[in-house]
Write a protein that binds this ligand. Structure first.
Ligand SMILES: *Cc1c(COP(=O)(O)O)cnc(C)c1O
Length: 376
């Protein structure tokens, strides 16, 4: 059996090695390291894949969120509603821009922002909602977009973990996550579903004016070189990364199928266990499984983590400390920031190895060890 890893990037690379090596060497030889033609062509291909008018590449998924919030003209003190149960990047940029993060609950089944609590969190200062399509499954965008329209709020979809996820609306319309809100953001961090060989990110929108502004902000606030109209930043996707991503994008659907097969294997093993809850599937979302995350009840979660580690099986706790309990957000928390579901999940979730190169003997080994612990 090959050694187990949370994500096996080496094996995945081996399968495309000839093509990727040639593309990277091509960039080296052209020496067009910044804004080379691959940046344009990859961006165009990604826009087509997502069914969205504009894709603006940038340096990483965190910058993507920051640039999105800057382009919407959000001002210090404006409130942004966000789940507390997410990766730090989502919430960090809100505070960085001196906006006020308003942490709300997630749905215990989907791990995504609970639309029922959004209404109660809205005040006259609320300007935006940032749903996170956590672990690869979409938040309830139908409800979120309804609320956003009713209260005239922007929606920034943090699609870092769910690139390729299809969302089906009640009327049957299907859209890719990231293309539904005002702006969508994503990340090409190596372990994401479409991972580069370094950092990378992208911002997408169907709004022409916003696209123009996003592009300017990512490029020092200029349209014409050396004429800086607004305050921006320097956030680019390297040509080398674009060249790699351009090769990987046509394989994204296969990567998603592999991930979904791994999830089905795990489901079969754990689905009937009374102390293990397998990932819930909503009727509106195709789960693309950036993570496969179980909820354990009546089992020692940290004990399982250590037990698996002792047998060379990696597992991860996403996330051990939710945003509303992070020291960096101390000043934003009041005594009424009580997020019981989020705290409950934080103590019970565990994510198992999930990637595109998993083999049956590995899956058999992992599931048998997890069950051995659960049935002890
Ligand atoms: C990875 C991730 C990001 C940030 O992406 P980077 O490219 O690492 O900056 C943002 N939000 C979520 C939910 C993520 O998982």
């Amino acid at each position: 059996m090959r050694p187990l890893q949370m994500v096996d990037l080496k094996q995945q690379y081996q399968k495309l090695k000839a093509e990727i090596d040639a593309a990277v060497i091509g960039v080296l030889e052209s020496s067009a390291f910044i804004n080379g033609p691959q940046v344009q062509s990859f961006t165009k291909a990604l826009a087509a894949y997502n069914g969205v008018k504009h894709v603006i590449p940038c340096a990483n998924g965190t910058d993507a969120l920051q640039i999105a919030m800057m382009a919407l003209g959000l001002q210090p003190g404006d409130e942004v509603i966000t789940p507390s149960f997410t990766y730090v990047a989502t919430t960090e940029v809100i505070a960085l821009l001196k906006l006020t993060p308003v942490f709300v609950e997630v749905d215990a089944n989907t791990f995504c922002i609970d639309p029922k609590v959004i209404r109660n969190a809205i005040t006259p200062k609320t300007k935006a909602i940032v749903p996170v399509h956590l672990f690869g499954q979409a938040a309830n965008m139908e409800e979120i977009m309804k609320i956003a329209t009713e209260f005239n709020l922007y929606v920034i979809e943090d699609n870092a973990q769910a690139i390729g996820c299809d969302y089906t609306f009640l009327d049957g319309t299907m859209k890719k996550t990231g293309s539904i809100g005002t702006i969508g953001t994503t990340s090409f961090f190596p372990s994401k579903n479409l991972g580069g060989y370094g950092d990378g990110g992208a911002i997408m929108t169907n709004d022409d004016d916003l696209a123009e502004k996003l592009k300017m902000i990512a490029n020092h606030g200029q349209k014409v070189r050396y004429y800086h109209e607004i305050v921006g930043c320097n956030s680019r996707l390297d040509t080398i990364q674009a060249a790699v991503l351009e090769i990987k994008l046509p394989h994204l659907e296969d990567y998603i199928s592999s991930r979904r097969s791994v999830a089905s294997f795990y489901d079969k093993a754990f689905g009937d266990h009374s102390k293990i809850t397998i990932p819930f599937r909503t009727p509106y979302s195709r789960h693309v499984f950036n993570q496969y995350t179980l909820i354990l009840e009546g089992l020692d979660r940290n004990g399982l983590h250590d037990y698996l580690a002792a047998q060379n099986i990696p597992s991860m706790i996403y996330y051990p400390v939710p945003a509303h309990r992070q020291k960096m957000f101390e000043s934003f928390n009041s005594s009424n920031t009580l997020l019981a579901t989020t705290d409950w999940l934080t103590e019970r979730v565990i994510s198992l190895p999930m990637h595109t190169e998993m083999e049956e003997d590995q899956l058999n080994y992992i599931t048998s060890r997890v069950l051995a612990f659960a049935n002890k």
